[in-house]
Write a protein that binds this ligand. Structure first.
Ligand code: N5H
Length: 255
């Protein structure tokens, strides 16, 4: 696929294992120009180092803290001024307190619930609000979700509730922005070892279950997810909106 002439914003690269980095590698290979947002300056050095691995020259890195509307507004203003408009945004951001990703969901604190829903679900609405002003014709948003938003899973807890809200945000945003010709979709990835999953105790067991039970009998990697993100961001997906595409070796179809 040729994406030369297209510009995409990627939010959520923390390190080389990030799913957002898988999307960056895929989009770069297809010739797209990339803009990155980082949570804070401490992530800049890591990203600068990673960027040397890409083929294209992607020099615009903007700070964006999605817990602040002002920060999101300023980030997209700056990106708009420096690029003259973008063709899409990948949102790969989530957070929940570690304590709430184990044990029962009934122990979730009010504050922990608020934080998880704010960073993992509300943030997509804020990104939509402030990015639509700089989206080129036919532009689109893609976010990352997980099966734990559709089914109850041990330990996922408040993140499952946040992903259910995120999935609903995708559908409501698709309706809202559809009037302007913009599309909004999600990719539901199978489990992949990343910085955010590294804290999960049972992760090995979860990966093994996929190898045994998923139709493809193997796990997926960041590049496979990235290729699907690239497809959804591209004009090849011009008729797809409000959709959740599972890139999970087919695991979600199994009883
Ligand atoms: C059923 C599972 C396993 C249990 C749940 C894992 C959920 C992980 C998602 C959240 C977003 C991880 C998270 O917020 C970790 C933080 O508490 C601590 N980490 C950090 O602060 C690091 C430094 C930063 C960079 O991370 C973040 N997120 O800001 C689900 C798994 C099988 C699949 C999975 C891992 C799904 C998912 O949503 O990521």
């Amino acid at each position: 696929m040729d994406l030369s002439g297209k510009t995409y914003v990627i939010m959520g690269v923390a390190n080389k294992r990030s799913i957002a980095w898988g999307a960056a590698r895929a989009l770069d290979k297809m010739g797209a120009k990339l803009v990155f947002t980082i949570l804070g300056e401490r992530f800049r050095k890591e990203l600068d180092k990673l960027l040397q691995e890409l083929e294209g020259d992607h020099d615009l890195i903007v700070e964006c803290d999605v817990s602040s509307d002002e920060s999101v507004e300023n980030a997209f203003k700056e990106i708009g001024e420096k690029t003259g408009g973008v063709d899409g945004v990948m949102h790969a951001i989530a957070f929940a307190n570690k304590d709430e990703l184990k044990g029962g969901i009934s122990d979730t604190t009010r504050e922990g619930f608020k934080v998880a829903l704010d960073i993992s679900a509300y943030s997509l609405l804020s990104v939509a609000k402030h990015s639509k002003a700089i989206l080129n014709e036919g532009g689109s948003l893609v976010t990352m979700t997980y099966l734990g938003g559709e089914r109850a899973m041990p330990n996922y807890n408040v993140m499952g509730v946040a992903k259910a809200a995120l999935d609903a945000n995708v559908r409501y945003l698709a309706y809202d922005l559809g009037e302007s010709g913009f599309r909004v979709n999600a990719v539901s990835a199978g489990p992949i070892r990343t910085l955010s999953s590294s804290a999960v105790g049972e992760f090995k067991t979860i990966l093994k279950e996929i190898e045994q039970r998923a139709p493809l009998r193997r796990n997926v990697d960041q590049l496979e997810v990235g290729n699907t993100v690239a497809f959804l961001l591209s004009d090849l997906a011009s008729g797809i909106t409000g959709e959740v595409v599972h890139v999970d070796s087919g695991y979600h179809i199994m009883a």
